[in-house]
Design a protein around this ligand. Structure first.
Ligand code: FAD
Length: 291
């Protein structure tokens, strides 16, 4: 199918883009990499009167590290995240996630901001943002506001963004070289959206885990932090009993649903399998007991 007719604007500044969104309200739609929006237009799931192409806004581009924070512009493409030495060094969780995100053709065009604004519950990057304590900066008619990742994702394909707002950047605390992470995903074929996945970031103290953030995806309306499971693992020896307790806690943390790909029970089972593998990846001493 072909997209319905639309007008097209390519603003040269953020202020110009915001003015267009303000003037056209619900009838305008931002386009960044187009990798989710264009299929939705072609399937006629959306019919905006105006596309506002933000691809030329240099203030939304680039990756910078300062004062222990990695600042990533919303227009940073997936392939740039995959290749950037700053990401490999300071946010290895994201570097580990990127090869799972679709295929090279999509990664060459898709952007971080578009991916987060699209808020697919099976996406890798929202889970990484939750696990890493990311903060989103949003520009709107009244200036800027900042939201934690937990506040940004509000439902299936839903975020706290209003129609007249633009996600401009994401700030993520740089991770220390001695702080382990694990990214694991199960999908039917390489590059497919996840059946279930987990992005885990923590620190190791006295052989146990601390500051553990386990963000699961494809097991609820948004990526979800498994707080009960993390609490069951922190500050104690990593034993089979501790892992089993955390696996049990996942039922209270996650909200999987039946769909055409898998039942809720299957997804919860797979999340438990991934949890065990993630813990063993975070604490290599426990590796010999891996499932
Ligand atoms: P666009 O398609 O341009 O926009 C997406 C949405 O975000 C639109 O609603 C748009 O208005 C809005 N938007 C864009 N930028 C901003 C901004 N800065 N501020 C506010 N709103 C904004 N993704 C995965 O995570 N994992 C996968 O495995 C995966 N597989 C894919 C497979 C295929 C075949 C395809 C077509 C896509 C796949 N994707 C996958 C999606 C891909 O990552 C998209 O690139 C991404 O979701 C959207 O980024 P984009 O820059 O293309 O955004």
């Amino acid at each position: 199918m072909k997209a319905p007719a639309f007008d097209y604007a390519r603003p040269r500044s953020l202020a110009e883009a915001l003015a267009l969104l303000r003037r056209h309200g619900d009838e305008a739609k931002i386009i960044a990499g187009g990798q989710s929006l264009v299929p939705a237009l072609n399937l006629r799931l959306l019919a905006p009167k105006l596309l506002v192409d933000i691809g030329g806004l240099s203030e939304l581009k680039g990756i910078a590290v300062a004062d222990g924070t990695v600042r990533i512009g919303a227009l940073t493409r997936h392939v740039e995240l995959m290749r950037a030495p700053e990401i490999a060094r300071h946010l290895p969780l994201i570097a580990a996630a990127m090869p799972h995100l679709s295929h090279a053709a999509i990664r060459n065009r898709g952007t971080l901001g578009g991916n987060l604004a699209h808020a697919d519950p099976a996406s890798e990057l929202p889970a990484c943002c939750l696990a890493l304590g990311a903060r989103m900066t949003i520009a709107g008619p009244d200036g800027e506001r900042e939201l934690a990742a937990e506040e940004f994702f509000t439902g299936i394909f839903e975020t706290a963004l209003r129609p007249d707002e633009i996600l401009t950047r994401v700030d993520i605390p740089a991770v220390g070289a001695d702080e382990p992470c694990a990214f694991l995903e199960l999908s039917r074929r390489s590059g497919d959206y996840a059946l279930v996945g987990v992005a885990a970031q923590g620190a190791v103290r006295d052989g146990g885990l601390s500051r553990l953030r386990l963000a699961f995806f494809s097991v609820g309306p948004t990526a979800m932090l498994a707080r009960r499971a993390a609490a069951a693992l922190e500050g104690r020896p990593i034993t089979d009993a501790a892992i089993a307790e955390a696996q049990g806690a996942l039922a209270g943390d996650l909200a999987p649903q039946d769909d055409l790909q898998a039942s809720a029970a299957t997804r919860l089972h797979l999340a438990r399998v991934l949890l065990r593998r993630a813990v063993h990846a975070l604490v290599p001493g426990a590796a010999e007991k891996a499932a």
